[in-house]
Write a protein that binds this ligand. Structure first.
Ligand SMILES: [Ca+2]
Ligand SMILES: [Ca+2]
Ligand SMILES: [Ca+2]
Ligand SMILES: [Ca+2]
Ligand SMILES: [Zn+2]
Length: 624
């Protein structure tokens, strides 16, 4: 409403003394109509006297006031438009319009009024959600059911439903497993349900049953009446189902044990970036998930693993291998998801163990998986229980491990010890660095994700030294504990890609600069013996420099002509772990690809099948 002035004209009659003279004088006075602001909505308690509700008036004095429709019973309107009284009936939220007037004009404003029953019909339904957490035995081998403790179910979705399963409200548990609802007494009976789901605007992690139509797990309390008490407590504990010699009951706690590791992982990553958004992840766990190959919907998942996209699969096979209480295993697999989604996972997968000479990509991916597992949990212990009664298994400690079989840059065990020492604040041999998670996260999402080489301990340590140059000596000291010489570049200069018949770790290819690689015994040996192509030297790595934009042909050709070999190769660039081009043609002395390439640095991985060790191959880059 616009403020304005109007005038009134008063006529004053002056009666002169002693004469009949009459003077008429016109006097102008300034007045204005009311200008009333809308009032915010109010919720009033039935039978409670109210504090008078006043409208802000920026105009002239209100002289009379009216309201439409009529105010709830018990409330009255004064001449200045203030509302007072004691409401006597319930009233759902309704909008009222008051109109204030004076002789200059009028103005209207609105107020929403709701009248509710007194507070004692609002029920506070609250409680704490817990789950049975089964620890590992103190020697790290097997689960210790006798020391099962209840831990908080943190960050999980909780809801209440009525007797017909209609949802009345939902929330999430806090860091203590506590939830609270304030609900009107609309349903006489309700039950509390807890979903195997962590959800916020920044994440969505769910545990589902791949052997039951991918259903979410739900724990629920009994359907019980909501008394007209002010407060009602309903605590729920997810039972392990362990009877003392077997799982005789429902294994309700398993999905919540898994989610609690994820909760810790979320907190750790948020400590580095509080606004990070996590891509959704489904975690498939079932008591039917077995270490067998077959149909996943039957539970034949093989092992606990990350599928490279948006799913984890976790073992649950009693008396064989369960992983729900092996928190290091859960965190390791979650770490693969984290690496793939936020950094770059070049690992080619396959079987592996601590003393192996591994492909540098696999060694880094698995060493990282074990290291980040301990970082996320702030626990250098990792264990994997298995066997009859889950009483067997193995464990390792990233700090005290003294089994240093074949240490080196090709060893996942060496890499996990290096990465954890960089993170942890417990100084031990060679370790004086205590970075915590943030610098590691920043390196992973930056230099490591975008490195032109394959991700390995070389790219990680070179990036770390670049970002913390004053700590270069301290970083070298940690690396040296694993018999690795100072790392000064992302390609591992000065190292050879095998134990014998040495190639450099990377050859350097460009137009006019051909490369000769020599097949490695490891390919034949592991292909024939264990179907493993992930051993050090099975793949040969090449740094490729493309001098200018154009169409190029890359060929890999046997030098000589023996056997029925099958060279294949893959070309990569930038921050993707997927090749931009590949040559996978059937067995022949040669394989080739042609592609338009922009100038720049590429990386290539070459593998030769069906060929005994020590055979040479020529690699050429030709501009067409
Ligand atoms: Ca296990
Ligand atoms: Ca440390
Ligand atoms: Ca340490
Ligand atoms: Ca081929
Ligand atoms: Zn792994």
């Amino acid at each position: 409403m616009k403020y304005y002035l109007s005038s009134i004209f008063a006529t004053l009659m002056f009666v002169g003394c002693g004469g009949g003279e009459t003077v008429t004088q016109i006097v102008e006075t300034l007045q204005n109509p009311p200008i009333i602001d809308n009032h915010s909505s109010v919720t009033l308690q039935k039978s409670e006297p109210i504090t008078p509700l006043e409208f802000n008036n920026r105009g002239g004095v209100i002289e009379t006031c009216s309201v439409s429709p009529s105010l709830p019973s018990g409330l009255k309107l004064s001449n200045d438009c203030s509302i007072s009284g004691t409401p006597t009936v319930n009233q759902s939220l309704k909008t009222y319009t008051v109109t204030g007037k004076n002789v200059d004009g009028e103005d209207s404003a609105t107020i929403g009024i709701e009248v509710v029953k007194p507070d004692d019909t609002i029920v506070k339904l609250k409680g704490t959600i817990t789950y049975d957490s089964v620890p590992v035995n103190v020697n790290g081998v097997g689960l210790d059911y006798r020391h099962t403790i209840q831990k908080s179910v943190r960050g999980a979705v909780v809801r209440i439903v009525d007797s017909s399963s209609q949802e009345l409200a939902r929330t999430t548990t806090d860091e203590h497993g506590y939830y609270e609802f304030n609900i009107a007494n609309v349903a006489s009976k309700v039950k509390v349900q807890v979903f195997s789901k962590l959800k916020s605007s920044n994440w969505d992690f769910q545990v589902k049953d791949n052997t039951n139509g991918d259903a979410l797990y739900v724990m629920e309390g009994s359907l019980a009446s909501v008394n007209k008490t002010k407060s009602q407590t309903r605590n729920l504990n997810a039972s392990s189902g362990w009877s003392g010699s077997s799982y005789s009951g429902t294994r309700t706690s398993a999905p919540f044990a898994i989610l609690d590791v994820v909760y810790q992982a979320i907190q750790k990553v948020r400590s580095a970036d509080s606004s990070i958004v996590f891509p959704p992840l489904n975690i498939f766990w079932s008591k039917n998930n077995k270490p067998a190959s077959g149909n996943i919907s039957n539970g034949d998942i093989g092992t606990s693993y990350y599928n490279g996209n948006s799913s984890l699969y976790i073992l649950g096979d009693e008396n064989s291998d369960t992983d729900e209480y092996d928190s290091g295993v859960i965190a390791h697999e979650w770490g693969h998801y984290y690496e793939a989604k936020f950094s770059r996972a070049d690992s080619i997968g396959g079987g592996h163990s601590g003393g192996d000479f591994l492909d540098i990509r696999l060694a880094f991916g698995e060493g990282f998986g074990n290291a980040v597992s301990s970082m996320l949990r702030d626990n250098p212990n990792y264990w994997d229980s298995s066997g009859q009664h889950q009483a067997n298994g193995w464990s390792m400690n990233l700090e005290t491990e003294n089994n240093r079989d074949n240490p080196g840059w090709f060893s996942e065990a060496s890499i996990q010890r290096i990465l954890y020492d960089i993170y942890d604040s417990h100084d031990d041999a060679g370790d004086t660095i205590s970075y915590g998670f943030k610098p590691i996260h920043q390196l992973l999402i930056g230099k490591e994700k975008n490195t032109p080489a394959f991700t390995s301990i070389f790219t990680f340590i070179k990036g770390l030294k670049d970002e913390h140059s004053s700590d270069a000596t301290a970083i070298d000291n940690i690396v040296a504990q694993e018999s690795i010489a100072s790392i000064t570049d992302i390609y591992g200069s000065g190292r050879t890609n095998r134990k014998e018949n040495a190639n450099p770790l990377y050859d350097v290819l460009s137009t006019g600069n051909d490369v000769t690689i020599v097949t490695n015994y490891a390919v034949d040996r592991y292909l024939s013996e264990r179907s493993r192509t992930n051993q050090l030297g099975a793949y040969n790595f090449v740094k490729v420099t493309v001098p200018s934009d154009g169409d190029y042909t890359i060929t890999v050709t046997q030098v000589g002509s023996s056997g029925n070999p099958d060279p294949d190769f893959y070309l990569y660039r930038g921050s993707s772990n997927q090749p931009i081009a590949s040559a996978e043609n059937p067995p022949a002395l040669s394989d080739t690809l042609t592609k338009h390439l922009e100038s720049g640095i590429y990386r290539m991985a070459i593998i030769v099948y069906n060929q005994y060790s020590g055979t040479s191959y020529s690699v050429k880059l030709v501009k067409n």
